[in-house]
Design a binder for this molecule. Structure first.
Ligand SMILES: Cc1cc2nc3c(=O)[nH]c(=O)nc-3n(C[C@H](O)[C@H](O)[C@H](O)COP(=O)(O)OP(=O)(O)OC[C@H]3O[C@@H](n4cnc5c(N)ncnc54)[C@H](O)[C@@H]3O)c2cc1C
Length: 89
């Protein structure tokens, strides 16, 4: 995290998604229960139709769920929405 967030510290900070089933490591700062989207064949089959929802009822949609669930997918879908507004980022 030090490099990713440009933390001004010599102490190394790490983040992991892995569980600690037996005991947490020494120095643990925080632990969170979090969820992540789960994709199924059914949900992936609907993804191509998602952009067709945009513009109906003056509503537009974007998010990581337009793709594989990563930051890039959220950005890509957001840029597509801005193009429908006539903006090219
Ligand atoms: C622990 C963890 C680690 C991750 N690491 C990575 C990584 O290293 N690289 C990567 O590319 N991706 C990573 N991801 C995935 C990435 O965080 C998500 O893909 C991304 O944040 C999704 O962005 P989003 O804008 O689509 O949705 P979100 O970030 O979930 O934003 C949705 C927003 O809508 C709000 N909201 C929900 N319901 C309503 C409502 N009814 N009314 C108003 N607001 C509402 C929520 O509060 C939230 O702020 C990680 C995810 C998790 C959980």
């Amino acid at each position: 995290m030090n490099r990713l967030q440009a933390l001004p510290s010599r102490r190394p900070y790490c983040v992991t998604l892995n569980p600690w089933p037996h005991h947490p490591p020494r120095g643990e700062i925080a632990a969170f229960d979090d969820t992540h989207p789960m994709y199924s064949f059914e949900s992936m089959n609907t993804q191509n139709a998602l952009p067709s929802l945009n513009g109906r009822h003056r509503s537009w949609f974007c998010g990581a769920y337009f793709g594989y669930g990563f930051h890039e997918d959220g950005i890509r879908s957001a840029v597509q929405v801005t193009r429908q507004f006539g903006w090219d980022l």
